[in-house]
Design a protein around this ligand. Structure first.
Ligand SMILES: *[C@@H]1O[C@H](CO)[C@@H](O)[C@H](O)[C@H]1NC(C)=O
Ligand SMILES: *[C@@H]1O[C@H](CO)[C@@H](O)[C@H](O)[C@H]1NC(C)=O
Ligand SMILES: *[C@@H]1O[C@H](CO)[C@@H](O)[C@H](O)[C@H]1NC(C)=O
Ligand SMILES: *[C@@H]1O[C@H](CO)[C@@H](O)[C@H](O)[C@H]1NC(C)=O
Ligand SMILES: *[C@@H]1O[C@H](CO)[C@@H](O)[C@H](O)[C@H]1NC(C)=O
Ligand SMILES: *[C@@H]1O[C@H](CO)[C@@H](O)[C@H](O)[C@H]1NC(C)=O
Ligand SMILES: *[C@@H]1O[C@H](CO)[C@@H](O)[C@H](O)[C@H]1NC(C)=O
Length: 828
């Protein structure tokens, strides 16, 4: 009996895996060969690739894995170190090649900004030893990207940028992303055919830097920095159809396409005389139960599939913020508030759990509008909508969706930004057995900040394989250009055999490779000492910033005059907390390493200094982080002074704050990851060709390059654009997507502080309280002028990263004098 049960369980597991793997894309070896040549920038490489495919009887076929082994034949003909890489799809081949380049050649493969790459061809391709190396995915899917990533990080990507990015995805083993580019053209055609007019549709889309929010993910209003130019829609459409999707598919990476989820221009209500469409902001929301929903979905799906083909995955979840689709907030039949219910409900397992019928019907309709057109459709749903849900009613609602869709065809992206994730809801219900992809939601708005709980990543997926329906791991950061160590660790975990035991040691060793020092040996004490310092840096980072998930946002004083949460200084605004001490000490060790190297180990100095973006990025980034933390109490002192004390105190605190920001501006100007110039230039490039369709109210009919630059500048500052002569900056997520960038700090944040300082002194001298109305006007005027300007910023680094870092360290170290007594013995 028992044996039979076990056998059955085993058979079921196998069955389960088959379905899950069946939809993986095969891709081609040629695509991976071409990728290798691109990445190494030369034709010579050690790889021979072998694609097994999932239908083959070979041993790699039943699972998703790659295998590396020395190639025993033809050794004489093919030079040294021949590596045969066998993969079940092109994605595993890419992952295998990436693994070899990172772990054996000690390369760094990253994003051009946000860490960079270090690709140094070794004299001899390293041997992998005499044994086969075999890595199998613990879960079938490695997923990346948040719907917002397209706006915060990828919006200005040209073909070359996409190429590099997709190469990175492949070498990292990512095999599933959300592919949202170019969808506006599809929606435009769908809506136009239904009778909406050109202007209403293009206004509804917003400007190019704000597309995420018409795509259904939050609705902060319509026509933000828009309307969307037709030329942009066409360019993006071709990028997706002719480049992004074919390249992804060749490399075995699934691109989830956007489904129709019910968010429409509000004018649709009149066209169909459909009072069931509710309004939220300037958007209409159509319930999946509305008969018109299915009609529109069918038209849309037809155009979508004709244009892009499909990998059968669709992302469909217009309720990202929960507060969007009005029908979701209140159940019309039994008056249940579904969202914004953060009250504690003791969910009791003994409650008989049936599903909510309305949700079941709604889920059925939503899924049918996918599978009527694509019978193989898989519905991918962003589980962020469930954050805060914990009542039995809500459990029944979730279960309604799950039950509405055939097993394995409804996949939830569990977007965890605190705790273990949403699967733990309702007594670890694991979404009632629906497969889910556990993702770390690590960043909001693409802000800077070193952070993330790597200890938590280390649990996934291994510890939850048998107890949950986990089907993948991944990341859903809103912006990608930060914390490369975090993402690298995350994506390798599915190929590891289990959790890493000593994380501090692991990171220390891994980063020695990233910096190109792993292969450097010598009897010399200097080598030992320099490596010791850099190891300490990473051990300290691991026990401080990388053991914390304090915030996905930037709350420091750089972009915030009234910074709030997560202050790493004590209430005296003077004494750094232990966590910040560790951060400072990590920086100090890096400084000591470069000082030692410059004086006594010129070989190492040369390695660190030349062509070593990963090292330079870490050095500058760590200094930036320490000074940004100091800017928080500095900003608080300054803003307090403007309303409380005499002019001298205002000048003193204000000038300290502004000088500190100027120093951060200078420091970050020495690394390419923190420059404003490239962001603006990449936006302007989209307006290189003369077109006459770039109009937005604030600029009028304009040159397209200026229009794109305006979008780029607005996104990272006021978000909602500020019209001329405004009394204040319009509401919205102001400074939500702020950046610690050279040029932006100097001309936007410091200038803003200077305006405040001037006004505060004037009022104080006249014996008046600070006139906040006047300050709001000044800020609005500054915002208007800065966002509509087109002055140029450097696109290449200014100054020397090493010298500037040492200078800043010397200048500010006294703030951290109390850190000296934190013994380091605890770290090692
Ligand atoms: C509106 O909703 C009601 C109730 O669900 C339904 O009977 C009616 O057909 C809908 N009207 C339209 C125009 O969709
Ligand atoms: C389409 O989805 C519905 C709702 O889940 C389901 O009942 C139906 O069997 C599906 N059709 C196909 C062809 O899979
Ligand atoms: C849910 O799972 C987590 C992780 O395994 C565990 O720590 C926790 O106790 C579980 N909670 C319940 C209610 O079972
Ligand atoms: C890579 O790092 C290892 C240490 O893990 C070292 O033995 C080897 O020499 C390095 N190889 C290269 C090419 O730097
Ligand atoms: C803030 O003000 C307090 C009180 O004057 C002072 O002790 C502290 O050093 C100031 N902090 C900063 C960062 O300027
Ligand atoms: C500008 O036009 C050229 C030539 O037609 C085309 O190759 C290029 O992609 C266009 N650039 C943009 C940004 O549309
Ligand atoms: C505050 O400033 C505004 C705008 O400059 C001005 O209209 C108003 O009179 C000022 N209020 C006071 C009390 O000075």
């Amino acid at each position: 009996m028992r044996v039979a049960t076990l056998l059955l369980a085993w058979l079921l597991t196998l069955q389960c895996q088959r379905t899950a793997y069946a939809s993986q894309l095969l891709g081609t070896t040629d695509a991976v060969y071409r990728l290798i040549t691109r990445v190494l920038k030369q034709n010579e490489h050690p790889f021979q690739l072998h694609l097994v495919g999932s239908s083959s009887a070979s041993s790699a076929a039943d699972e998703s894995s790659f295998r590396m082994e020395p190639k025993y034949f033809e050794l004489q003909d093919e030079g040294n170190g021949n590596i045969l890489v066998t993969g079940s799809t092109a994605s595993e081949l890419g992952a295998g090649v990436g693994w070899y380049l990172r772990h054996y050649c000690n390369m760094t493969l990253g994003w051009p900004s946000g860490g960079g790459s270090r690709i140094v061809i070794p004299d001899q391709w390293p041997s992998i030893g005499s044994k086969k190396v075999r890595k199998t995915r613990a879960v079938p899917w490695s997923y990346f990207m948040n719907v917002c990533t397209h706006s915060y990080s990828l919006v200005w990507y040209d073909k070359q940028d996409w190429e590099q990015y997709i190469d990175w995805l492949s070498l990292t083993g990512v095999n599933n992303i959300v592919a949202l580019t170019g969808q506006e053209q599809i929606f435009y055609e769908t809506f136009l055919a239904l009778g909406l007019n050109d202007k209403d549709i293009r206004s509804w889309f917003n400007g190019p830097a704000f597309l995420t929010w018409s795509r259904g993910q939050n609705e902060y209003g319509s026509n933000i920095a828009g309307p969307l130019p037709k030329s942009w829609m066409a360019d993006q459409f071709f990028m997706q159809r002719d480049f992004i999707l074919p390249r992804l598919r060749d490399l075995g990476i699934i691109g989830q396409l956007p489904g129709f989820q019910g968010n429409v221009p509000i004018q649709m209500r009149d066209i169909f005389d459909d009072q069931n469409i509710t309004q939220e902001g300037a958007t209409g929301w159509m319930d999946a139960l509305d008969p018109i929903f299915g009609q529109i979905a069918d038209n849309y799906m037809q155009i979508l599939l004709d244009a892009f083909g499909t990998d059968h995955w669709y992302q469909l979840d217009g309720y990202f913020n929960g507060g969007t689709a009005p029908w979701m907030k209140k159940d019309p039949h039994n008056n249940i508030e579904y969202y914004h219910d953060h009250g504690y409900h003791d969910y009791d397992e003994s409650t008989k759990l049936s599903h909510n019928e309305d949700w079941f019907r709604r889920g059925t309709k939503a899924f049918e509008s996918l599978n009527r057109t694509d019978p193989k459709a898989i519905w991918s749903f962003q589980g962020f909508a469930f954050i805060g849900w914990n009542s039995p009613d809500q459990a029944e609602a979730v279960k309604g969706f799950v039950d509405a869709v055939p097993k394995d065809r409804f996949v939830i992206l569990d977007m965890s930004y605190s705790g273990l994730g949403e699967w733990t809801k309702f007594n670890n219900a694991s979404f009632f057995e629906a497969p889910f992809v556990w993702t770390a939601l690590h960043n909001f708005g693409g802000t800077d900040g070193i952070k993330g709980d790597i200890r938590r990543l280390n649990h996934f997926p291994h510890e939850f394989l048998s107890s949950t329906s986990i089907a993948g791991i991944g990341g859903t950061p809103e912006g990608i250009n930060q914390n490369p160590a975090f993402y690298e660790f995350l994506f390798e975990s599915t190929f590891r055999d289990g959790p890493v035991e000593d994380l501090g040691d692991y990171l220390a060793q891994r980063n020695m490779k990233r910096y190109g020092l792993a292969g450097v040996t010598g009897d010399d004490d200097n080598v030992f000492i320099i490596k010791y310092h850099l190891s300490q840096t990473w051990k300290l980072l691991m026990r401080s910033l990388y053991s914390n998930d304090f915030s996905t946002q930037d709350f420091t004083g750089i972009a915030h005059l009234n910074p709030g949460r997560n202050n790493l200084f004590e209430d005296d605004r003077y004494t750094p907390k232990g966590l910040l001490c560790d951060t400072f000490l990590a920086w100090e060790h890096m400084i000591q390493a470069i000082q030692k190297a410059s004086l006594e180990a010129i070989d190492i100095y040369t390695i660190l200094k030349n062509n070593n973006e990963p090292f330079r990025y870490d050095l500058v980034n760590l200094g930036r982080e320490v000074l940004a933390q100091l800017s928080t109490p500095a900003a608080k002192n300054f803003t307090d002074a403007t309303s409380q004390v005499g002019p001298n105190e205002i000048i003193k605190s204000g000038s300290f704050y502004m000088k500190l920001l100027q120093d951060v501006d200078d420091l970050v100007g020495t690394d390419q990851g923190f420059l404003l110039g490239p962001w603006l230039e990449s936006a302007r490039k989209w307006g290189a060709n003369e077109t006459d369709d770039c109009y937005t109210e604030i600029l009028g009919l304009s040159n397209c390059a200026n229009f794109y630059e305006f979008n780029a500048r607005s996104q990272i500052t006021t978000w909602n654009p500020t019209p001329k002569d405004s009394k204040s900056i319009p509401g919205g997520p102001i400074d939500y997507a702020a950046k610690h960038w050279n040029g932006l700090i100097k001309d936007y944040y410091i200038r803003r502080a200077a305006d405040l300082l001037g006004r505060a002194i004037e009022d104080k001298t006249a014996g008046r309280p600070l006139n906040q109305t006047a300050v709001d006007e000044l800020f609005a005027s500054h915002a208007y002028h800065w966002t509509t300007s087109t002055n140029k910023y450097p696109t290449t680094v200014q100054g020397d990263a090493f010298e500037t870092s040492i200078k800043m360290y010397e200048k500010y170290r006294h703030w951290f004098s109390t850190c000296a007594d934190r013994t380091e013995s605890k770290i090692a």
